[in-house]
Write a protein that binds this ligand. Structure first.
Ligand SMILES: Cc1ncc(COP(=O)(O)O)c(C=O)c1O
Length: 456
């Protein structure tokens, strides 16, 4: 087992290709057999691991530019293993005493960076943290609704037109439906506060009950930050909950240089923060933070005294009382060990490096005659090819899609394309430190080259 673990740990330093280039059937046959009748022993396990490492995407590669995560911090990988070694669940203090204390301290530490008092819970990801925001907002608007349901009230939620689709998921899963989510228009990628105010008034006049506004700190495509102060003021004036989706941009809390992007976050009622994105904790490591320490116990009021899990003497310390999960991994360990390893300083430098190389790329794009910078904010750079004379939007879209596919097919880089203002753009993002200055310069050269190759 020790040898196997060493081998896995070495993988993230390996000079492995970005991906195997194999298709579904080829990967499947490389991974076979999936189940065996006779014990395969350590040899069988080793072979299976080799097959997995060979056929999975090397997300620590400098060309992995597609997602908000990539190479995770070594200490975080070890923490993940540590959590498995003492295999436990977070529902009660009795079975997870140290993990409960670590999670509680991590909640306090993240809160402290944001000017929050220190209450919250680790969740299954940013989507789930946003959903928790919706549930707390519902309980705040309709006290006791965890028991009674929403009793025919027509609840209305508000988020910008560029907010992540997990907002739709939250509206769907809490049972109000996605029609109850009003998408507020943006100006240059940021929610228009005046339009928000008008939309809330309109819904009130129509007899509906606005209960939450979700702002975004770091949008998925453009990396834009909504005006958190203006939105808090509007939410407070209308008496509705303000939740900030800082799943992506929350990493700026660690950076002295960029923390100003989150100005006003302390005025919100709750926020979502993903340490498994730019901070480099391995999947998943996400927290939901609140101001009011009574809201989570009220929202999760179904976790009754006398329940089989919570009858130990330390019931009040058991985090299962304020979580929708029963079995839950000790995910906070991943942030804990990487925070100890790198300090706030090192984690902040990780963020500064990602933002710094993205800025460098955006400057290069601006100067490049064959490329057009569509938008740049935080670590997100959106690019189109400069149109040739008489080129239609559709032809431009086709160039973007073909270039993206070319880069991926040739294992040069993996990057996302996405619709922005009705046109397809290359969305570059740097979320791990292997994406350095050389990597973005190579990406730029490869992108221009891809466009030339596909137009031949
Ligand atoms: C702005 C934003 N919020 C929430 C999420 C969802 O986060 P998770 O993947 O942790 O559920 C994402 C994912 O990229 C995101 O970009």
């Amino acid at each position: 087992m020790q040898q196997i673990l060493l081998k896995i740990m070495q993988d993230f330093q390996a000079n492995a290709p970005l991906h195997s280039g194999l298709n579904y059937d080829e990967i499947k046959s490389r991974l076979e057999p999936f189940t065996v009748d006779e014990p395969g022993g350590i040899e069988g396990v080793t072979e299976a691991i080799d097959a997995y490492l060979e056929t999975s995407v090397h997300t620590g590669h400098p060309g992995f530019l597609r997602a908000f995560w990539g190479a995770s911090e070594p200490a975080s990988i070890v923490a993940s293993l540590l959590s498995d070694v003492r295999n436990t669940t977070m529902h009660s203090f009795a079975v997870a005493p140290s993990a409960t204390i670590i999670e509680t301290e991590m909640i306090k530490a993240i809160s402290n960076l944001a000017g929050f008092p220190g209450h919250g819970i680790f969740t299954t990801g940013g989507s789930n943290s946003n959903e928790m925001g919706f549930l707390c907002a519902r309980e705040d608007a309709l006290p006791g609704s965890s028991k009674t349901g929403i009793n025919g009230f027509h609840l209305r939620a508000f988020a910008s037109s560029e907010a992540h689709y997990s907002v739709d998921a939250a509206a769907n899963m809490m049972g109000i439906g996605t029609d109850a989510l009003i998408r507020v228009p943006c100006i240059n990628g940021k929610m228009n506060p005046e339009a928000l105010d008008e939309a809330i008034l309109k819904e009130k006049q129509n007899g509906n009950l606005p209960f939450i506004v979700l702002s975004t700190a770091g949008t998925t495509v453009r990396g834009c930050f909504d005006d958190l102060e203006a939105i808090s003021e509007i939410a407070q004036r209308h008496g509705i909950w303000h939740h900030v989706d800082a799943a992506w941009g929350g990493a700026a809390l660690f950076s002295k240089k960029h923390i100003g992007l989150l100005k006003g976050i302390e005025k919100a009622d709750s926020f979502a923060f993903d340490a498994h994105k730019m901070i480099g904790s391995s999947m998943v490591c996400s927290a939901f933070l609140v101001h009011d320490d009574s809201i989570l116990p009220r929202t999760m009021a179904h976790t009754k005294q006398g329940d089989y899990l919570f009858d130990d003497p330390n019931r009040e310390l058991s985090l299962g009382r304020i979580s929708p999960q029963c079995g839950r991994r000790a995910d906070a360990l991943k942030l804990w060990l990487s925070w100890i390893e790198l300090g706030k300083k090192g984690l902040g430098e990780r963020v500064d490096s990602c933002i710094g190389v993205s800025e460098h790329l955006s400057n290069l794009v601006k100067k490049h005659p064959k490329l057009t910078l569509i938008s740049y904010s935080f670590s997100n750079v959106c690019i189109r090819f400069t149109p040739s004379p008489n080129e239609t939007i559709e032809q431009g879209n086709h160039r973007v899609r073909m270039a993206r596919n070319y880069l991926e097919d040739h294992a040069k880089s993996m990057v996302l394309d996405s619709i922005l203002d009705n046109q397809l753009v290359i969305r570059f993002t740097a979320s791990h430190p292997n994406v350095n200055k050389d990597a973005v310069e190579k990406f730029l050269a490869d992108l221009v080259d891809a466009d030339e190759k596909i137009s031949l």
